[in-house]
Write a protein that binds this ligand. Structure first.
Ligand code: SAM
Length: 318
């Protein structure tokens, strides 16, 4: 195995693959509105599954990956998703996960589990229908709730992710927590990140880790758990034994032990969400060329704190 690391001793062990930039929601932090999504969707030509599998195999042979996470855009819109998951299982990466908005989950949860998917993160910023519409510009939050039930029934390990924006959806923290606790699934709240069109203005929407804990303390008693190496979230456990997490990119950055490599839907790698410099991979790259590109990606990592980027997570993959 080639050694690709940096002065903080970080290695690449998790690969996040953005399958396409297209999405079926228009969440307020990802896009300014429908027009941007429509324009973006016109130009999106996702790579075929065979090509993606060849790239993933190529990266795994050098990195001995531990986890792969499929994302986007919305990965459930990717045409060959189930065969792709089956192919990744065949490559032998131990853990296969996926991040989705859950809109198409009810139908796909079972087939994805059968193909080899083990866990799923569902992004859900509200359980209240009006607030869901305000956050995503789409109606029918119940469709997602049914998708979550289907994923649990299929035997997938399910986690919820909720972005909390100050002045918008902070009143959803307790309802989301109750929804997760009733189903025995864990939930993480995310501080807003300075990405895409929010690059310079995210601060005004920042509802911090301390604010979130303060809100949860109105209903629950909890104590902090120990953070796992390279984890994105800090976790707390309530006196009833229920877990919740906070991804505190601003208040408690976690760049120092980040082990993530990103592959976008055009075959470019990035070492960090904040990098605007795609590194194109080529299936013809020999081991020396590939290692050199991976070292370039490693050198993109921020030392301690994420600095923000003009790229939207819609493109680079959240
Ligand atoms: N469509 C899928 C979904 O909704 O989960 C996958 C892609 S989405 C970009 C992945 C994650 O990025 C979601 O949990 C979303 O909430 C989060 N996200 C996007 N932009 C963000 C921002 N500016 N700050 C914090 N989280 C963001």
């Amino acid at each position: 195995m080639a050694l690709i690391n940096d002065k903080y001793n970080r290695e690449f062990k998790t690969l996040r693959v953005s399958l396409l930039s297209k999405c079926n929601l228009s969440c307020v932090y990802c896009t300014m509105g429908e027009d941007e999504v429509k324009e973006n969707n016109q130009h999106d030509t996702p790579a075929p599954a065979q090509q993606l599998l060849a790239t993933i195999q190529q990266l795994h042979s050098v990195l001995h990956l531990e986890t792969i996470r499929l994302t986007g855009g919305e990965p459930l819109l990717y045409h060959d998703l189930v065969p792709l998951i089956r192919g990744i299982k065949g490559i032998g990466i131990p853990k296969i996960s996926l991040t989705t908005n859950g809109f198409l989950l009810e139908r796909l949860a079972g087939p994805m589990k059968e193909a080899g998917l083990q866990s799923i993160n569902v992004s859900l910023d509200a359980v209240d229908e009006d607030m869901f519409f305000l956050m995503s510009k789409r109606s029918d939050v119940h469709r997602i709730l049914k998708g979550i039930e289907a994923a649990i029934a299929a035997g997938l390990h399910v986690k919820l992710n909720a972005v909390i924006m100050k002045g918008i959806n902070e009143n959803q923290i307790i309802p989301l927590l109750d929804f997760a606790f009733e189903r025995n699934i864990s939930i993480r709240f995310l501080e807003i990140m300075a990405m895409g069109y929010l690059h310079d203005t995210a601060g005004k929407y920042l509802f911090t880790q301390a604010d979130i804990l303060h809100r949860i303390a109105e209903k629950y008693d909890f104590k902090k758990s120990i953070r796992d190496k390279a984890a994105t979230a800090n976790y707390w456990e309530t006196t009833e034994g229920k877990l919740f997490g906070i991804i505190a990119n601003e208040s408690e950055p976690f760049c120092h032990d980040c082990n993530r490599l990103r592959l976008d839907s055009n075959g470019n790698i990035y070492g960090c969400l904040s990098s605007n410099h795609p590194i194109p991979l080529n299936n013809e790259d020999d081991a020396t060329a590939l290692i050199s590109k991976l070292q370039q990606a490693m050198d993109q990592k921020q030392s301690l704190k994420f600095v923000g980027s003009d790229l939207s997570m819609l493109h680079i993959g959240g």
